[in-house]
Design a protein around this ligand. Structure first.
Ligand code: TYD
Length: 247
């Protein structure tokens, strides 16, 4: 049972398309909070829990997966993450920073793949028990720029002239369910994110092309006023486990 005398931790989420730099900003924010002696746990979707990591492997691969299964596997990973990590951590008064959350499904499976919004909203509410972030940062960029960072299929071919060999080839070739989608898919994902950000309280759209330091400042300007003046979560920095970035 959560301790009612402890104020809930802050729940902060980073969203964005491929190569938008959100993971870098999530880590920088965790670091900055640590410097202010404020505990924050970093989680990632899909990932972090044993089930999440297991599903991540399959979801990112190009092994067979029909749309309905894809949707439900992301939801299963989210259900486990909320129950195992996010809720218990927030209940202890500790901040959680999530690299992707419910908005990713709206953008990717909703706008990207065409799943109805009411299905996604229903499942998101169900698996999260209605737990939504205090603030969400959308790192917005033209998909062509983000994909350049992670490498388009054509670019990867050019860098890897011998398709039959090469270190890491299997990994690269098989773990690209989303990155290798067509440009219109990534444009729909972007549009979905922008519409979601406009219509949802607590979303902040940032220009992902800005310098890393400038983005960090913009994010900090939103987060700093949300921090409690003093809380038990700030008192001790002795527990390294609470600071470890989880895969
Ligand atoms: P990841 O390597 O974590 O991508 P990124 O570093 O850009 O976050 O891979 C996660 C992929 O899964 C990413 O392409 C987005 C996709 N995804 C969905 O399609 N739906 C979801 O609900 C989530 C959480 C992720």
């Amino acid at each position: 049972m959560p301790d009612a005398s402890v104020a809930k931790g802050l729940f902060l989420v980073f969203e964005g398309g491929e190569g938008s730099g959100k993971s870098t900003q999530a880590e920088r924010l965790q670091q900055r909070l640590a410097e202010k002696r404020h505990r924050a746990v970093l989680v990632r979707e899909p990932g972090t829990t044993t089930l999440g990591l297991y599903l991540r492997e399959y979801l990112k691969s190009k092994r067979p997966l029909i749309l309905e299964s894809e949707l439900l596997l992301f939801m299963a990973a989210r259900a486990q993450l909320v129950a195992e990590e996010i809720s218990p951590t927030l209940d202890k008064g500790i901040t959680v920073i999530a690299d992707r959350y419910a908005g990713s499904t709206v953008a990717y499976q909703g706008y990207g793949r065409g799943v109805g919004r009411e299905v996604i909203n229903y499942l998101n509410d169900y698996v999260t028990s209605g737990l939504y972030p205090d603030a969400t940062f959308l790192l917005d960029a033209d998909p062509s720029e983000g994909l350049e960072r992670v490498g388009t299929p054509q670019l990867r071919m050019a860098l890897m002239p011998d398709e039959t060999s090469g270190p890491g080839r299997d990994d690269d070739a098989e773990r690209r369910r989303f990155e290798d989608q067509s440009m219109p898919f990534h444009q729909r994902v972007r549009r979905g994110y922008l519409e979601l950000a406009k219509s949802t309280a607590g979303w902040h759209t940032l220009d992902a092309r800005l310098a890393i330091e400038e983005l960090e400042e913009q994010i900090w300007r939103v987060v700093a006023p949300l921090l409690p003046v003093s809380s038990p979560a700030q008192a001790s920095v002795d527990s390294p486990a609470l600071f470890s970035a989880k895969e």
